[in-house]
Design a protein around this ligand. Structure first.
Ligand code: NCD
Length: 305
C-alpha cells in the first residue's frame, strides 16, 4: 500500500484537495468504520493543543485504529531525547502513521526522513498546518453549497500572519480552490516575504468589507511567539484588526481556527453568531482527519469500497 506524508499544502493541487474533501464527506456520511483497523496511529503532540489533538484522536479511533498518544511531559523528550530518536523509536514500535505537533518549523519534514511511516504535520512552529486548511475548506464549502462554490468568492485573512502556520497553509489551499484572497495585518505582523504570495494587502477590517469580502478568516494574535512589541496596544489592534458586530453585513461569514482571543481579534458576541463558522470548522476536523489518515496510510481505497 502506498503511503504518503502530509507536511505542507504549498504544492497541493486542486485535485488533491478534492480527493481529501470527497473522502471526508463520505466518512462524515458514515463510511469511516474500520477504515484503519489494524493500523497504529501515534499522536505525538509536543506543543499545546485542544481541537487538533482531540479531533485527530477521534478521527483515528472512529476509523478503528489503535491510538498511542505521546506528549512532551511524561515521554523521554522530557529527559532530553531528540525528535529524531523519538521518531525512530515510534517507527520501530510499529507506528503506521505519526501525527506530529512541534514548536519548530520544519520538524515534521525532518521527522519524515527518519521513518517509513507517513508523517502528518499537525502544526510545526510558524511553518505549516495542512489539516487545518483542509478542514477549513471542508467547512466553507459545506456552508456555501459545495467545493465548486468556492471559486470566485472573496476571503480576507486578518491578523497575525507573521506567526501563523495556519496562514501559510490556508493561503495556498484557498487560492488553489479558486478563492480570491486578500490580507489585513499591521506591517509588523506580516512576514517580510509576504509579497511572494501576490495578494492584496488592505489596512483594516473595514477596508476588507469595502473590498467585498464574503468571508473574514481571523487569526489569533500569537503573543507566545512574539519576540518584541509588534503592536502599540491590544485595544488599538482590536479596533482595526478585530471583527465586531457592526461588520456583520448580510451573508458575511466569519472563520477562525481557534483558540480565540475573545475581544481581541473577534468580539465575544460574534464568536457564536449565526455568521460564525467556528463550530463547523471544529466539527469538520474529525472526518477530514480520518480522510487524511486513510490517504496517508494508503487504506483509502479499502475504506471507500
Ligand atoms: C492553531 C494552531 O495551533 O496552529 N490552532 C489550531 O490548530 N486550531 C492556531 C493558533 O494557535 O492560533
Amino acid at each position: 500500500m502506498e503511503t504518503r506524508s502530509f507536511l505542507t499544502l504549498e504544492d497541493t493541487s486542486r485535485e488533491d484537495l478534492r480527493e481529501v474533501l470527497d473522502l471526508a464527506r463520505a466518512y462524515a456520511g458514515g463510511h469511516v468504520r474500520e477504515a484503519l483497523a489494524g493500523k497504529t496511529v501515534c499522536l505525538a503532540f509536543f506543543e499545546a493543543s485542544t481541537r487538533t489533538a482531540v479531533s485527530f484522536e477521534l478521527a483515528a479511533k472512529r476509523s478503528g485504529a489503535d491510538v498511542i498518544s505521546l506528549s512532551e511531559k511524561g515521554s523521554a523528550i522530557a529527559k532530553g531525547e531528540s525528535l529524531i530518536d523519538t521518531v525512530v523509536t515510534l517507527d520501530r514500535l510499529g507506528a503506521d502513521a505519526i501525527v506530529l505537533r512541534h514548536p519548530s518549523a520544519g520538524a515534521a519534514a525532518l521527522a519524515s526522513h527518519h521513518t517509513a511511516a507517513p508523517v502528518i504535520n499537525a502544526g510545526d512552529g510558524c511553518g505549516q498546518h495542512p489539516t487545518q486548511a483542509l478542514l477549513d475548506l471542508y467547512a466553507l464549502s459545506d456552508a456555501l453549497g459545495g467545493f465548486e462554490e468556492l471559486a470566485g468568492r472573496r476571503l480576507t485573512i486578518v491578523g497575525d500572519v507573521l506567526h501563523s502556520r495556519v496562514a501559510r497553509s490556508v493561503i495556498p489551499g484557498f487560492v488553489r480552490a479558486g478563492i480570491e484572497v486578500s490580507l489585513v495585518a499591521p506591517r509588523t505582523l506580516l512576514p517580510p516575504d509576504a509579497g511572494a504570495w501576490g495578494l492584496p494587502v488592505l489596512s483594516s477590517v473595514d477596508d476588507a468589507i469595502e473590498w467585498g469580502a464574503d468571508v473574514l478568516y481571523m487569526l489569533r494574535l500569537q503573543r507566545e511567539r512574539m519576540t518584541g512589541a509588534r503592536i502599540p496596544s491590544v485595544a488599538e489592534y482590536a479596533r482595526f484588526y478585530g471583527v465586531a458586530r457592526r461588520h456583520l453585513h448580510s451573508g458575511l461569514l466569519v472563520m477562525h481556527p481557534g483558540p480565540v482571543n475573545r475581544g481581541v481579534e473577534i468580539s465575544g458576541d460574534v464568536v457564536l453568531d449565526a455568521s460564525s463558522l467556528i463550530p463547523d470548522q471544529v466539527a469538520a476536523g474529525i472526518c477530514v482527519r480520518s480522510a487524511v489518515l486513510a490517504l496517508s496510510t494508503g487504506v483509502a481505497q479499502r475504506a471507500a469500497a
